[in-house]
Design a binder for this molecule. Structure first.
Ligand code: GTB
Length: 215
């Protein structure tokens, strides 16, 4: 069955791996499932054809025959359930890996997104200088907790899983902020994720479609 995902026609980061189609590409590469990419413009994302698949008018989406999905957490989980390689075979290990997926998306990602909003969208507000340190502290608090749990392990629970894929994807958003530098084990954890051959293939594919057009 053909798999088709959607991605930005032009990603705001120029294809540096931050747009969320990267999570799907990485998961699909990890399990060896070929996929096609349908590129969508910001305008097309808000039009009925795309809204029929993604009610919030965003990317990425995932189509496989008559199945259409949105939300990266649900899609990566679907891919991990369908193929070997992203979830442990034993029931408890599997449940823990899924727990880490949820932790990445519902406990670690929200303060990181909030930081992006505080730094970029709200930077010109009169209260921004006062609020920013509070938001940064909330991110550091989560990183501290995550760093303590990871310790000197390579991955969060034994072998690499969909939980690590999601957690690394979420942490990558912080790379340019410098905040991760205070957590050497998390920096190394992210670097381990980025060094995986499947990640490299996914990154290169996303970058390739965002390359500036020749003049
Ligand atoms: N919860 C959803 C999921 O996980 O699938 C969130 C999906 C989402 O936020 N999609 C974004 C989107 O479509 C793209 S990834 N935005 C357009 C819109 O809402 O109108 C977020 C993103 C975009 C660009 C960068 N970047 O360039 O640095 C980073 C992250």
């Amino acid at each position: 069955m053909n798999v088709i995902i959607t991605a930005f026609e032009r990603s705001p980061d120029g294809g540096q791996g931050l747009a969320r189609d990267m999570r799907l590409r990485w998961a699909l590469e990890e399990v060896g499932q070929p996929y096609e990419v349908r590129l969508v413009s910001f305008r097309a994302m808000k039009e009925p054809a795309h809204l029929a698949v993604h009610p919030f008018g965003q990317i990425p989406t995932y189509e496989e025959g008559d199945l259409a999905l949105f939300e990266t957490g649900a899609i990566v989980f679907h891919i991990a359930e369908r193929h070997a390689g992203l979830l442990p075979a034993d029931a408890h290990g599997r449940a823990r890996a899924i727990t880490w997926m949820f932790a990445a998306l519902s406990t670690v990602e929200p303060p990181i997104l909030e930081l992006g909003t505080a730094r970029i969208v709200e930077s010109d507000k009169p209260w921004s200088k006062e609020r920013l340190p509070l938001v940064e502290d909330r991110v550091r608090n989560r990183l501290h907790q995550l760093s303590s749990r990871l310790g000197d392990a390579d991955w969060l629970d034994g072998r690499f899983s969909a939980g690590d894929l999601m957690m690394v994807s979420v942490l990558l958003r912080l790379k340019s902020s410098g905040i991760l530098n205070g957590f050497p084990n998390l920096l190394a954890y992210v670097a381990r994720g980025e060094a995986r051959p499947a990640y490299v293939r996914a990154f290169d594919a996303q970058l390739a479609i965002n390359k500036p057009l020749p003049r």
